[in-house]
Design a protein around this ligand. Sequence first.
Ligand SMILES: Cc1cc2nc3c(=O)[nH]c(=O)nc-3n(C[C@H](O)[C@H](O)[C@H](O)COP(=O)(O)OP(=O)(O)OC[C@H]3O[C@@H](n4cnc5c(N)ncnc54)[C@H](O)[C@@H]3O)c2cc1C
Length: 408
Amino acid sequence: MSHIVIIGAGECGARAAFALRERNFEGQITLVGAEEHLPYERPPLSKDALLNGLEPKLVSDAARYADAGIDVLTGLSVESIDPAGKTARLSDGQILAYDRLLLTTGARPRPFPGLSGANHRIRTLRTHGDAVAIRASLQPGAHLAIIGGGFIGLELAATARKLGAKVTLLEGLPRILSRGVPEEIAAVVAARHQAEGVGILCGVKIQSLDESRDDAKVLLEDGRVIAADLIVVGIGAIPNVELARDAGLAIDNGIAVDEHLQTSAPDIFAAGDCCSFPLTHYDGRRVRLEAWRNAQDQGTLAAANLLGAAEAVSAVPWFWSDQYDLTLQIAGLADGATQAVWRHVAEDAVILFHLDADGRLIAASGIGPGNSVARDIRLAEMMIAARVRPDPVALAAPGTKLKTLLAA
Ligand SMILES: Cc1cc2nc3c(=O)[nH]c(=O)nc-3n(C[C@H](O)[C@H](O)[C@H](O)COP(=O)(O)OP(=O)(O)OC[C@H]3O[C@@H](n4cnc5c(N)ncnc54)[C@H](O)[C@@H]3O)c2cc1C
């Protein structure tokens, strides 16, 4: 095999490219990315980057790609692929011939229904350019309206408060973080935001968003109007599957891959935010994750399998979010849980363990300042992977070392 092409120069694509070299692949590697920058980290875009300067935090600098012999083509998108002829056509007309292909095309923000065209005061947050534009509007005293009480909206709310902006967050469902975060943990997050002065309105129905030269407006179905300097819409992401779909690859809530990250086409793999895959620890249930570590892990795994290793996905899903001095960490998937067990890790740090009907630990969600829950969540991950059935009383007792429950 002499040429591996990776489409999508984000976290996952970059990790895969380096992992190919770490596995001693000596052929040509081409990483193609539609953005102008070398691959950069997205998590800081809603956190530190907005506070501490807006240079993108690169995954690696140009010299490292050069040293590793990885050709990075930035500012170019792949417009079509031909699985039979094994070629990819780029936006500048170039045709790349590949032996094996990896799709790491990621996801893009879900647009607000009915909104189209260039909106200067109504934005989304996914790219470095989005963060630069949002930062320019976050002057002290400016009013930011955030649509959607998910992670990106909440992190942005915390950062905007630190910058002195007034923040109103609107959520259509009865509570924030309803996707994947237990109610009890979401309540801790909501209380902290309210204490920091964020106005949270849940259960609101938005009729439309509107912008003029001087402001932007959220029109609610009950007739209320919320005027703001900037509206940021954070209502989820949709996977970039068009390239794969047009090439005839199977799609199922993302580019469908098997446990080896192989798509329905021979010699084409997919990884990261763009793909859905079967999760071994959850009876093969198909999921698509939008999480930084998953992008890294799958980039590494895809590299191994592009080279013929046939290794299966085995990681337990893990996600973190930073808001103010609080860090929230979630390991596993809690839906399907029939029992929840609280554990107080410290005065201001808690973990909620989720067990299924058989008593197996299937998820753990923790929240506390800094790294306070990190160690126990790491152990919980190991317990989930080991499919243990821990004694709930022991789990709850702060005196029990979680390590001792690993063999339960
Ligand atoms: C603001 C923000 C904060 C986040 N915070 C956290 C966090 O705290 N914790 C956490 O776990 N995760 C977080 N995430 C999620 C995490 O960043 C993503 O899961 C991760 O970036 C996914 O990496 P990826 O490489 O799969 O996709 P992406 O990062 O989306 O990269 C895909 C790349 O492919 C390019 N591309 C797409 N189609 C083509 C094409 N046809 N041709 C060429 N290029 C193409 C795209 O332009 C993009 O650059 C955050 C995400 C955002 C946006």
